[in-house]
Design a protein around this ligand. Sequence first.
Ligand code: ZN
Length: 136
Amino acid sequence: MIQKIEHIGIAVKDAEASEKVFNALFNQKPYKKEIVESEMVQTVFYQSGPNKIELLQALSPDSAIAKFIEKKGEGIHHIAFAVEDIYAEIERLKEEGFQLIHETPKAGADNKLIAFLHPKSTNGVLIELCMDKPLE
Ligand code: ZN
């Protein structure tokens, strides 16, 4: 079951420059910065009340974020929904006919297991499913 919006991902050209904007907007500093090697991105996380924002900057021209910015410019990149059981949700959505970018969840930033749905099957919106990583 989809529980809530977990965060909104925003593609930025320059995380450091964008931090100034979002520090001023939220009147606080990010609570976390993390590089996701597999995606070649630098992430920056803000929590403001119940809302979480993830800034994403490409660390390589081959990164999906670099390609997104090239095509569409900076802006909202994805909406992430928290799910209770990402494995069950992937199976359910596949049965519903959604196209998944990841059929098995992978490690994402901020201690999550994640999977993306292809925007082709979601009216152009890139959707991320995420679940807290079980403790090892
Ligand atoms: Zn995300």
